[in-house]
Design a protein around this ligand. Structure first.
Ligand code: PLP
Length: 450
């Protein structure tokens, strides 16, 4: 076989790329990485990049955390793999479930494991369908989410995701209803206050429930802060406005904390930061600090009790993945929780978040083409606009955010273009000096592009 010579050519020859702008790759080549050092990743040519993406929001403890690697190695040596079915599960799985319920906002609860965030959302939908049917409400199958939400890529979680790109798959499936994205800056109407905007979205929810019939709706899913939608915090009072409506109609509220969980917003859960109590939490990514593919559904007391009762009726819940509750994943997650909570990582987010916000705000103010800064904790986005006063977006085939991100890469900074926004979500271990490096490189890139 005649192999191409360079790493870049080999990557393109043998890999089918997902979520990648191919024209950029064809023009610029693939960055092939070999290792990481703290918040930096290093490519085959020895170039270092400060990864302000944390991998994909998940490498919160950086790329070479010794304690996490040791926890993984110790568990691989002791008991390298098992499932959590047929009346057997590893001691690590038992301990992690206990820990997750303990640190959850729930007084009691139960945990179910998957391999990813998508599968955790899928699992939650199946749980709701099963639960409603077993409680005599088989018509309760519709799922409410929001435009611009990101809940994953499996057929069900992609149907929950509110992104037009899923049309290429013929998705969403029927019965997945998307409500207005709670982005006041973009969707607020002329003369409408933020409070009025929130009230309008609450009315839309109420009207949707009335139109569809409450007895046809299985659940409402929301990220506390939309992540892959471009870091969109809820409009003021959003969750306080929608939750009473959901409660009144008996619709469970699921907080998708795949990104927000474990400190990204400055507190353990996004629902704590935004002060609401969901019925269940979806977790992944930070759960293992990115070292193991794992997701979890954390059920609060009401859903846990009702599901347990429904499962007792049929004696066996026919759902689970080969690696559900994998002992190595659980051992890593136990260590990751300890590292984030007790080794000062969550504290570091709280300490440096104001500096990140102030630095990005100053960059926005100095730029003629940054229209909005959005975010909280260690998740922020700058939205590029052609014209600031009218918020007119740029046009053109290669989006301006893609050009900014490419220029950042040239300067040794990885950040993510999302729509017209540039997203920064650095690892929680970032030092002040690395924060300044991130801000400086970003502004340099903006000045080169505009
Ligand atoms: N939910 C949210 C909020 C996410 O951000 C993601 C991934 O980015 C997912 C679900 C899907 O997780 P995964 O990519 O592990 O399937």
């Amino acid at each position: 076989m005649d192999r191409p010579q360079s790493w870049e050519a080999r990557a393109e020859e043998y890999s089918l790329y997902g979520f990648t702008d191919l024209p950029s790759v064809h023009r610029r080549g693939t960055v092939v990485l070999t290792h990481g050092e703290g918040p930096y990743v290093v490519d085959v040519n020895g170039r270092r990049y400060l990864d302000a993406n944390s991998g994909l929001w998940n490498m919160v403890a950086g790329f070479d955390h010794k304690g996490l690697a040791e926890a993984a190695k110790a568990q691989y040596d002791r008991f390298p793999g098992y499932h959590a079915f047929f009346g057997r599960m590893s001691d690590q799985t038992v301990m992690l479930s206990e820990k997750l319920v303990e640190i959850s906002p729930f007084a009691r609860g139960k945990v179910f494991y998957t391999n990813s965030g998508s599968e955790a959302n899928d699992t939650m939908v199946k749980m709701l369908w099963f639960l409603h049917a077993s409680e005599g409400d088989p018509a309760r199958r519709k799922i409410l989410t929001r435009w611009n939400a990101y809940h994953g890529v499996t057929a069900v979680s992609a149907s929950m995701t509110g992104k037009p790109y899923n049309e290429v798959f013929g998705l969403p499936l029927p019965g997945f209803i998307h409500l207005t994205c709670p982005h006041y800056w973009r969707h607020g109407e002329a003369g409408e206050s933020e409070e009025q905007f929130t009230a309008r979205l609450a009315r839309e929810l109420e009207e949707t429930i009335r139109r569809e019939g409450a007895d046809t709706i299985a659940g409402f899913f929301a990220e506390p802060v939309m992540g892959a939608g471009g870091v969109i915090p809820p409009s003021r009072g959003y969750f306080q406005a929608v939750l009473p409506i959901l409660r009144r109609h008996g619709i469970p509220m699921i907080s998708d904390e795949v990104i927000c969980g474990f400190g990204r917003t400055g507190q353990t859960w996004g629902c704590e930061t935004y002060d609401f109590m969901p019925d269940a939490i979806i977790s992944s990514k930070n759960l293992t600090a990115g070292l193991f593919p794992m997701g979890a559904v954390i059920l609060g007391p009401d859903l846990a009790d009702r599901l347990q009762a429904a499962i007792e009726e049929i004696e066996e819940f026919p759902h689970g993945f080969t690696a559900s509750g994998h002992p190595v994943g659980c051992a890593i997650a136990l260590k990751a929780i300890d590292v984030v909570m007790n080794e000062g990582l969550a504290d570091n987010v709280r300490r440096l978040a104001p500096r990140m916000e102030a630095g990005l705000r100053a960059i926005m103010e100095r730029s003629d083409h940054i229209g909005e800064l959005r975010g909280i904790g260690f998740m922020w986005a700058l939205e590029a606009v052609k014209d600031k006063p009218t918020k007119t977006p740029f046009d053109g085939s290669l989006s301006v955010s893609e050009r900014i991100a490419n220029t950042c890469t040239d300067l040794g900074l990885i950040c993510r273009p999302l729509g017209q926004s540039i997203v920064l979500c650095p690892p929680f271990i970032l030092t002040e000096a690395q924060m300044e490096e991130m801000l400086e490189k970003l502004e340099l890139a903006l000045n080169r592009v505009f």
